[in-house]
Ligand binder design. Structure first.
Ligand SMILES: Cc1cc2nc3c(=O)[nH]c(=O)nc-3n(C[C@H](O)[C@H](O)[C@H](O)COP(=O)(O)O)c2cc1C
Length: 512
């Protein structure tokens, strides 16, 4: 099996899973509703213990919560109620809708196809009203199933080569991806979706953590086998993708009570049969890290990617300042959020767009973003209807807070095409594309850099969603024709890869 440093595997996966007009037309895949996976992981032999259902208001403005980072050594209360808030507002069921074939349980964060393949686990010490242990978040019951009793945090410390945030966190949330639940619809492309869907969830989790005053960090560098074994997941089906240590305790944890032996716990099959996609499993094992030494060498040192200063005309962002932002609290905005199903074509203002870009692209605390404030993805925009901004294609210069016009024009038709021929990107006020220069990223981080770049895009995309809904606007994630996106923004984007797309505007039925 090629190791992480052989980034040919990530390139192969990326190229093989690109959408093009021809690949989408020629794909004979259909949705087999008789074999549709269930949307929850269920351990039938374990009863969940309920989480507190009555959650107190946090009250912190969403536009602050998504933009700020709590300093790493801040001590704050982390009790069962705070945990319930974190879980509910990142992965809880917030709405449900009946349809002829059944019922869809919508969750707090956007997710491709509403398939919710990201599962959450807690690894914690004794906390107020929660004993030390490893727990699975049972979203359907809004409860926790205890998988192991005792303080196992030391195993995560070793797996992350003593990552400081993990070492001092009373609680680490481990996010996993379940292949089949998403691959049922999206086939091999699901490995990208792990990053996207984990990322939107993390945007919520980080924002709620910040609102609760808890330091948090996204950790992508860990020994995969150790973490998967600790959770006792079957890595052919489900794999750990990211870790989020939360809170700060000055003292280090004790040695774990026991070796994390296999538990052999029964889980309800997702569907009658599962289809295996070997390309994704190759992508996963070739981006796995096998020793703490490999992890220590992996993290940090984010490469500078190719991004020349503006050559064309630029427009300065006009974001709202702290005293000016709408104060809608983070929990209200998360519950209001839901992907726009139709945009009205009405314009948004330059101030609204500026505020979204400014707030959503401030630093993400992550072990692959070093120094803090580094970014792997660059934002390219197609502006259709923004008062004070000429329609056209733009690139965002984050450090200058400027938009550089690459070409003026009405590109609604092209945007609709690029977004897989859907009406949403054509009708939006603006489409924000995330493109990354994969060459230096994969050179520095190996195949695992591919996980990081998708995850970062998901986090930034999730933040854009929240920044839109905080201003009573709408948003939706979208998929796209990969190479056509790069071509559209070239020559500026030449050599970059399309990673993510969010459309922003006025929803036909904007929820309030
Ligand atoms: C990365 C990403 C890509 C998406 N792509 C599309 C898309 O191409 N077309 C679409 O109509 N919705 C798309 N969606 C929206 C999802 O269908 C939506 O998030 C899901 O149904 C859950 O609903 P909610 O966001 O309203 O909670 C996408 C969402 C994400 C996060």
């Amino acid at each position: 099996m090629p190791g992480n440093q052989n980034s040919e595997v990530a390139w192969k996966y990326h190229n093989a899973t690109k959408h093009s007009y021809a690949s989408v037309r020629n794909n004979a895949h259909f949705l087999d509703f008789n074999n549709q996976p269930i949307p929850f992981k269920i351990y039938p032999t374990l009863d969940p213990s309920p989480l507190p259902a009555e959650l107190r208001q946090i009250g912190v403005a969403a536009l602050s919560a998504i933009a700020e980072i709590v300093p790493p050594q801040t001590v704050a209360t982390l009790d069962l109620e705070a945990i319930a808030q974190l879980l509910y507002l990142s992965a809880g069921i917030t709405r449900h809708r009946k349809h002829p074939g059944g019922e869809i349980y919508f969750r707090a964060a956007a997710c491709t196809g509403a398939l919710y393949e990201i599962e959450l686990y807690l690894v914690c010490r004794d906390l107020p009203n929660l004993e030390a242990g490893i727990y699975h978040f049972a979203a359907a019951e809004f409860g926790l199933r205890k998988l192991r009793a005792g303080d196992y945090r030391d195993i995560l410390i070793e797996a992350t080569a003593s990552e400081a945030a993990v070492a001092h966190a009373p609680l680490t949330i481990v996010c996993t991806g379940t292949y089949w639940r998403n691959a049922w619809k999206y086939q091999d492309r699901t490995y990208r979706h792990f990053g996207w869907d984990n990322g939107t969830l993390l945007a919520n989790l980080l924002a709620v953590g910040t609102a609760l005053g808890l330091p948090a960090k996204v950790v992508c560098g860990f020994v995969d086998e150790t973490v998967n074994a600790l959770l006792d997941v079957d890595p052919r089906r489900e794999v750990a993708f990211s870790l989020v240590p939360l809170g700060y305790a000055p003292s280090l944890p004790p040695k774990p009570p026991a070796e994390a032996l296999p538990l052999g716990l029964e889980t309800v099959p997702l569907s009658r049969k599962e289809i295996d996609y070997p390309l994704m499993r190759e992508m996963h094992s070739s981006s796995s890290l096998y020793s703490p030494a490999e992890v220590a060498a992996w993290r940090g040192g984010t490469p500078l990617t190719n991004f020349p200063p503006p050559k064309g005309s630029t427009v300065q962002l006009q974001p709202l300042s702290d005293p000016e932002i709408p104060r809608d609290p983070i929990e209200q905005v998360i519950l209001r959020r839901g992907s726009s199903r139709k945009f009205t074509r009405a314009p948004i203002t330059l101030v609204q767009l500026s505020t979204m870009l400014d707030r959503a692209t401030r630093a993400v605390p992550a072990d692959f973003l070093d120094p803090v404030g580094s970014q792997l993805n660059h934002l390219y925009l197609i502006v259709h209807a923004v008062e004070g901004l000429q329609p056209g294609a733009y690139v965002f210069h984050r450090s200058r807070q400027e938009l550089e016009c690459l070409k003026p024009g009405d590109f609604r038709d092209q945007a609709g095409y690029l977004g897989l021929q859907q009406a949403l990107p054509a009708d939006a006020a603006v489409d924000v594309f995330y493109l990354a220069d994969l060459g230096p990223i994969l050179q520095r981080f190996g195949n695992r850099g591919y996980r990081a770049v998708q995850l970062e895009a998901g986090i930034l995309g999730g933040k854009l969603y929240l920044a839109a809904y905080a201003q009573h606007l709408g948003a939706t994630g979208l998929t796209f024709f990969d190479d056509d996106v790069t071509n559209f923004f070239s020559p500026h984007a030449e050599g970059k890869s399309a990673i993510f797309l969010v459309a922003l505007g006025h929803s036909l039925k904007t929820k309030t």
